[in-house]
Design a protein around this ligand. Structure first.
Ligand code: AKB
Length: 320
């Protein structure tokens, strides 16, 4: 990775990835792109930034050529709950954007990363220790686009020799940019509400386990995988990865260690609960460990300490 283009740079993952890649690969070597321009005080504007609608293949190709990009990190996509509310739009953006990005990558022979998700699994997938290679029959449009995307990336690798790589991200938890439209977002919202209100009303029911990961580990994983020796990669699109699996009661309990009177109530959202019920409880990520040395630094306990510390500063909260 020498000259990197990121789509969806204003999103939860993209905003932090752009910053960390600029630190590691040089500010001028990481071009952030998104469908609109960030606020003038956004750190994204500390380096090159272009407005790019991923459905505009010509503009994408022009930027890649102009900037002599050698790596495309394609993040622009709708998340699971938003996608379920508008399946046609989700197909158009998630698949249309991916097809364009893969074609531009092929024409310019770049390295390519795009994330898949635990959403690529479905009700007939083994729920516990979900294997790397297993049944993938998701029942959400998000899952359909993720499985199709995995297959398409593998196809570009096999057919055209394009260096495509990907991971199946679990829920990502971070304090910089809030997520939007996902099923796992509750695990971010809970920290904000715990500090602001001392309570949280969860739309995911107790006893619902999902895989999760703290943002610094997710960023490391992308860099580790993209820098991995290709001859060691048996899989490509996409690797199971995870750092922890918990239900709402467990994260609430962890928060209560720091905010004693934190209260948790439930008002279950049938749509997001339905999505979560069809995802794994915990996935097996041994292939990622074996093939490219995947490792994490944070568990629920250490992530909670860091999240609360960072959010207290961000939200200027001193009384909780
Ligand atoms: C979502 O909840 O949609 C995402 C994901 C797990 O892919 N966070």
């Amino acid at each position: 990775m020498k000259k990197i283009l990121i789509t969806g740079a204003m999103g939860q993952l993209g905003s932090e990835l752009t910053t960390i890649l600029r630190e590691q690969y040089g500010v001028d070597n990481v071009i952030g792109t998104d469908i609109r321009r960030p606020d003038e005080d956004s750190p994204l504007l500390a380096g090159p930034f272009e407005i790019l609608n991923v459905l505009d293949a010509q503009n994408m190709a022009d930027i890649v050529k102009k900037e002599k990009v050698d790596t495309i990190i394609h993040l622009a996509a709708l998340l699971s709950a938003t996608a379920e509310a508008n399946p046609q739009l989700a197909w158009n953006i998630n698949m249309g954007g991916l097809v364009n990005a893969l074609e531009v990558a092929r024409e310019n022979n770049t390295q390519f990363f795009t994330p898949s998700s635990i959403g690529a699994f479905g009700p007939s997938t083994p729920k516990v220790a979900t294997p790397q290679d297993t049944i993938q029959r998701p029942t959400t449009i998000y899952g359909v686009t993720k499985v199709s995307g995995e297959l398409l990336c593998d196809y570009y690798f096999q057919k055209f020799g394009l260096d495509t790589r990907g991971v199946r991200f679990p829920g990502l938890i971070g304090y910089v940019t809030p997520p939007g439209g996902g099923t796992t977002d509750y695990a971010v919202d809970i920290y904000y509400d715990a500090l602001k209100k001392g309570s949280y009303e969860s739309y995911i029911d107790k006893g619902t386990f999902m895989d999760m990961m703290y943002m610094p580990d997710a960023l490391d994983a992308i860099i580790q995988l993209m820098e991995a020796d290709p001859s060691k990669l048996i899989h490509r699109n996409a690797f199971n990865i995870s750092a922890m699996s918990f239900d709402p009661e467990m994260i609430a309990g962890e928060i209560r260690k720091h905010i004693k009177d934190f209260k948790m109530t439930y008002k279950v959202d049938p749509v997001r609960q339905g999505i979560a019920d069809n995802w794994p409880d915990s996935i097996d990520y041994s292939a990622a460990i074996e093939e490219w040395g995947f490792k994490t630094r944070y568990n629920l306990e250490t992530m909670t300490i860091d999240m609360l510390e960072k959010l207290r500063v961000k939200l200027s909260i001193t009384d909780r």
